[in-house]
Design a protein around this ligand. Structure first.
Ligand code: WTA
Length: 655
């Protein structure tokens, strides 16, 4: 079977960097030249420039036992020192690190000096609880400054954090605690979501009480932050209030150097099937690429910018672009606890206006939900300080890209569409603002020092104007170092497909356009085969979103007697459209629309107008479940859905 993916949509809009932006841009095209001249020397130079090494490295990469890489193997550093102490020592202690905005409206600003102080005390507390180099600490917290402090305190000790998203259940928490063998859990009584105090501590209690058969209990202490003040059960001898011990702890804590390859964190990804994988990242290479990309892709001017990444700390984006990247670069950032629409749909824009956000990094799912609500909500706020926008997590449809630029970016802010994964640790493909002429919907070019290709099933480049499989052809500094406790699964999952070439296979389909720019086409598992044509979900969804009535769309392939598979579409309509129109006849119109826009082959067999789409907690559409509905099957495992009720609503609507 050919792996090439047919190309259907053509996008001709282009946005060159403005001369004013380019004149002040952090990144220049010289970065590409330097990386091309000597890739490893380039990363070595970047690392020395961006980080403080207690013991300088003499070697950049040891790739003698692929796919197990060692970056900067003989160097030593302290990750937390790089994110905190050195900024204070360089005279920037008074700079705000975090503008925290709680969902109920409470707020506080934490300077680099204050955050450093907090992390030192917390590191002393964790030491007293028995945490040392290599020990695992599970973190189950809302989006509050203590979450960032916790990651850094663990890192400071050379220990390993495993953050579990606060929306996950006791069961998910338990399996992650057990897999990592965590010694300490850091949690809170609860956090605020959608106007209510939602509890966290009971899930920890439950996770720690119902042990599985034969599973060794490893957790010795639970450190509890008081956030909501709600009642909690207490286990003496195990549970400790954060506020009882951290302010009282010794203020002095000297950061010790650890080897570059000392593990920094485990982060579990559920993937689409199977047992969660504990993706393992280490210190020196990870921090190098997180800092490099944060600085260059977001054009960070740390003295003046106010940066806001809306991701939760429970995802990789919250690790690399809320914690390590921004803090290594001495950035000032906004941390918001709650949901975008509480107490009303404009909350995010109130936050952005209040703090004068200049750089906003978010996900296409958020952009599309704002499109659904209408541009007036955004336009009521003063967002004139915004000068750069970023997108991550899914392909951003050209129409959503245009809306983001016009409505949020005031028609001037460049957009960087950043492709990467939990496994890659940091951004791999993106425009460089001030350098790259951007194209709506395309992630565009590998970053300097990153080697990407689009290949067929034999690993041969497909060349320009063709689709295939996205691979990384050379090791990169922030690459995953393994799957916790399962080296075989690591090799099988990512390196087996192109073992002879030594390529990392990302699981995504992609296309190079005639300029060689890269367009992400969605997960290869979601590619549809209609009458022998391999069609990507991304392009048909983009076509649907380009219709004036549509805010969001998901398409899947459902088995079909004549065509093998047929395209089935699920669409959400814009509220503004529904105000003055009915949805009657719209399904037919949308079928024709796609047929005209991209061709009869892509025309959906069925179009269902729905109120919601099934999404994971990080906002990715779960097409597997829609396929079940489209094929009339019972809907499969919905555990990883953000809202498990959504599928019954959709099933009812479709019937
Ligand atoms: C998808 C998120 C298109 C892709 C950082 C990838 C994207 C998966 C983009 C990783 C993008 C991420 N354009 N698709 N800009 N960014 N993806 O591990 O399928 O949560 O493999 O990491 O998200 O998701 P993860």
């Amino acid at each position: 079977m050919s792996q090439s993916i047919d190309h259907l949509l053509t996008e001709n809009r282009r946005f060159a960097p403005s001369p004013e932006f380019a004149a002040k841009a952090v990144a220049g095209s010289d970065l590409y030249d330097a990386a091309r001249a000597d890739r490893l020397a380039f990363w070595g130079d970047q690392s020395r420039e961006l980080l403080h090494w207690h013991t300088p490295f003499t070697e950049v990469l040891d790739w003698s036992t692929p796919p197990f890489a060692k970056w900067f193997p003989d160097g030593e550093l302290n990750v937390a020192y790089n994110c905190l102490d050195r900024h204070v020592e360089e005279g920037n202690g008074d700079r705000v690190a975090i503008h925290f905005e709680g969902e109920p409206g409470d707020s506080r600003s934490v300077t680099y000096a204050e955050l450093t102080d907090e992390v030192k005390r917390l590191a002393n507390v964790l030491t007293d609880l028995g945490v040392g180099q290599g020990d695992r600490v599970a973190i189950y917290l809302p989006m509050i400054p203590e979450a960032i402090a916790s990651l850094l305190a663990v890192a400071r000790l050379g220990a390993i954090h495993s953050v579990v998203f606060g929306g996950f259940s006791a069961d998910s928490l338990r399996s992650r605690i057990d897999d990592a063998g965590a010694k300490v859990v850091i949690t809170a009584d609860g956090g605020y979501r959608k106007g209510r105090a939602s509890a966290l501590k009971p899930a920890v209690d439950q996770a720690l009480s119902d042990r599985g058969e034969g599973v060794q209990a490893t957790v010795e202490s639970v450190l509890v932050v008081r956030r909501t003040g709600q009642d909690v059960e207490w286990q003496d001898g195990r549970d400790v209030w954060y506020h009882d011990v951290v302010p009282q702890a010794a203020a002095e804590h000297e950061a010790q150097p650890f080897p570059a390859e000392n593990p920094l964190f485990i982060l579990y990804t559920s993937g689409t099937t199977g047992k969660p994988k504990g993706i393992l990242h280490t210190s020196g290479g990870y921090l190098t690429q997180a800092a490099f990309t944060h600085r260059n892709v977001f054009d960070l001017h740390p003295e003046t910018d106010v940066y806001w990444c809306t991701a939760d700390i429970g995802w990789i984006t919250g690790h690399s672009y809320v914690t390590y990247g921004p803090l290594a670069n001495g950035a000032t950032q906004v941390l918001y606890e709650g949901t975008p629409e509480f107490p009303e749909p404009g909350r995010w824009w109130d936050v952005a206006e209040k703090y004068g956000v200049t750089i906003l990094y978010t996900a296409p799912t958020a952009v599309r939900s704002f499109m659904k609500q209408g541009r007036e909500i955004v336009q009521k706020r003063d967002l004139s300080k915004i000068r750069l926008l970023g997108s991550v997590g899914e392909p951003i449809n050209p129409e959503a890209w245009m809306w983001f630029r016009e409505v949020v970016g005031g028609d001037v802010a460049p957009i960087v569409d950043t492709w990467w994964q939990t496994e890659t640790g940091a951004i791999m493909i993106s425009a460089l603002p001030g350098v790259t002429e951007t194209k709506p919907g395309s992630a565009q070019v590998p970053l300097p020092g990153v080697a990407i290709d689009v290949v067929d099933e034999k690993g041969e480049s497909v060349g320009n104007d063709a689709g295939g499989l996205l691979v990384v052809t050379e090791p990169w500094p922030s690459m995953l170092r393994g799957i916790w406790g399962d080296p075989e699964r690591f090799v099988d999952t990512y390196w087996k497909m192109f073992a002879d070439k030594g390529y990392y296979f990302a699981g995504d389909g992609a296309r190079r356009d005639e300029d060689g720019d890269i367009w992400l086409l969605g997960r290869v598992d979601d590619v549809m085969n209609v009458s022998g044509h391999r069609l990507s979900t991304a392009e048909i969804e983009s076509s649907l979103v380009a219709h004036a009535a549509t805010a969001e769309a998901a398409v899947v392939g459902a088995s079909d007697e004549t065509t093998g598979q047929a395209v089935v579409a699920f669409v959400i309509l814009k509220e503004s459209f529904l105000k003055s129109n009915t949805a009657d006849g719209l399904a037919t119109e949308l079928r024709q629309w796609v047929g005209q826009q991209i061709g009869p082959i892509a025309r959906p067999r069925d179009v269902y107008i729905v109120g919601e789409l099934p999404k994971t907690r990080s906002g990715k559409i779960m097409r597997r479940l829609l396929r079940d509905v489209a094929e009339g099957r019972e809907v499969g495992d919905t555990q990883t859905l953000a809202d498990t009720a959504v599928m019954s609503v959709i099933t009812a609507q479709v019937r």
